[in-house]
Design a protein around this ligand. Structure first.
Ligand SMILES: *Cc1c(COP(=O)(O)O)cnc(C)c1O
Length: 420
């Protein structure tokens, strides 16, 4: 049994290239953890900043940063310090009682987003689920949509998480196959097409839910001016504009929110990933009181949402972002990254998309699949992730050194010049 699964786990580099320590660790996971991932054959034991170390003592530059959950680097001293201090005080009270840590966090996060209120949750999917509930309640209680008829408009190619309701409006067969029946109440339109969005709005439309840049789809950017048109249409039609900034937000694109880069203010921000500083899961729905005010005691909840440890770490994340240095660094280093990657177009790369320290790189099939390129990067000490067959996604921690960024670009050039 493990013979077959081991082959799957190590086929990419060949079993010979993998040490006994690495092989044993992978074998244990393959035997006892559900196979809902297909990781590269590297087993991490430690990490600091932009670098991780594996069981054999080899070091790798982490250019995925846990899908942007580690935007501020592994073990950021400020985040570790507040986490350690909070561990010694109190970690969990439930929301049945107040904790002293929650107030400062929600006040600071609301201020960062220039909104009134925060609904703290844990995972990104929970923030999305919560926003769907809030939007529906808002539609019935505030907008006056007939009971049970609210619609939410979503985008083709969307990724908002893995719950049954969220996958109900995904068009990715990998995310949906075998999970029917699905939750009704969603209408899908092409991403980036404002006219199609406008045409899909009815008197029953509660909200438009979108990623300002589609991350899992391969760092897909909408046309210039699209988000502003979405804002204009939703304001005019009295529809909530919900921006899922779980991956695009909190510094990644060189701004606090990708919506900032487009000069747009949505009604609702969904945050997660980096909000927990790579330490604990922290997510949030952030909006004004006329929206989040539809929640009343008992109408929604979460045992762990807003717990003291999460709030302490989340507060420090918000403080770091309030200072602006992370966003500035992502913007500056992002220019260097994109300048370097642009030179590869036509040389094993067909297209590069993205902004800030975020890039989707389409690999020319003549040099292999995106996974082939990720394996070659791994052999060169770089961790990166493929998505949708031909796209490599790069999202290094914002604390990455300039010289390490140059190392990444050089390794990438080698990885796409090798042919299959
Ligand atoms: C990762 C992600 C989610 C889901 O977050 P989880 O913490 O994995 O539940 C939702 N939306 C977007 C845009 C994401 O990138």
């Amino acid at each position: 049994m493990t013979g077959t699964t081991m082959h799957q786990a190590t086929d990419a580099v060949g079993t010979d290239a993998v040490s006994a320590a690495t092989r044993d660790a992978i074998e244990q996971v393959e035997a006892h953890a559900a196979h809902n991932y297909h990781p590269l054959p590297v087993v991490v034991t430690e990490a600091e900043g932009a670098w991780v170390t594996d069981v054999d003592g080899r070091r790798y530059l982490d250019c995925l940063a846990a899908y942007s959950a580690v935007n501020f680097g592994h073990g950021h001293p400020r985040l570790l310090a507040v986490a350690h201090a909070q561990l010694d005080r109190v970690t969990l009270t439930s929301r049945a009682f107040h904790s002293a840590a929650l107030g400062p966090f929600v006040e600071a996060l609301a201020a960062l987003a220039s909104k009134d209120m925060v609904l703290p949750m844990n995972t990104g999917a929970e923030a999305v689920e919560s926003a769907i509930k809030v939007a529906r309640r808002w539609a019935y209680e505030v907008k006056g949509v007939p009971a049970g008829e609210a619609e939410i408009i979503v985008m083709e190619g969307n990724f908002h998480g893995r719950t049954t309701t969220i996958v109900s409006f995904s068009d990715d067969p990998d995310a949906t196959t075998g999970y029917a029946p699905f939750t009704p109440g969603f209408v899908r339109v092409p991403f980036g097409d404002a006219a199609a969005l406008e045409a899909a709005i009815t008197p029953r439309t509660a909200a438009v839910l979108l990623e300002p840049i589609q991350g899992e789809a391969g760092i897909k950017m909408p046309p210039a001016g699209y988000l502003q048109r979405v804002r204009d249409i939703t304001s005019r039609e009295r529809v909530l504009f919900i921006a899922d900034e779980i991956q695009s937000g909190l510094g990644r694109t060189g701004a606090t929110f990708q919506c900032d880069n487009e000069g747009v203010v949505p009604d609702v921000y969904l945050l997660g990933k980096a909000l927990g500083g790579g330490v604990v899961p922290v997510s949030a729905v952030v909006a004004d009181a006329d929206v989040l005010g539809v929640l009343t005691p008992g109408s929604h909840g979460s045992t762990f949402g807003g717990n003291p440890l999460a709030a302490a770490v989340g507060l420090e994340v918000v403080r770091m972002l309030s200072e602006g240095a992370m966003q500035a660094r992502a913007r500056e280093l992002g220019e260097r990254l994109h300048a370097g990657l642009a030179e590869l177009v036509g040389h094993g790369v067909t297209e590069v998309r993205g902004v800030g320290l975020w890039a989707g790189i389409d690999i020319d099939p003549a040099v292999g699949t995106a996974r082939d390129v990720c394996v070659r990067l791994l052999e060169r000490g770089i961790l990166a992730k493929d998505t949708h067959g031909q796209t490599v996604r790069l999202a290094p921690p914002i604390v990455i050194e300039e010289s390490d960024l140059d190392l990444l670009i050089a390794a990438f050039r080698e990885a796409v010049s090798a042919s299959r």
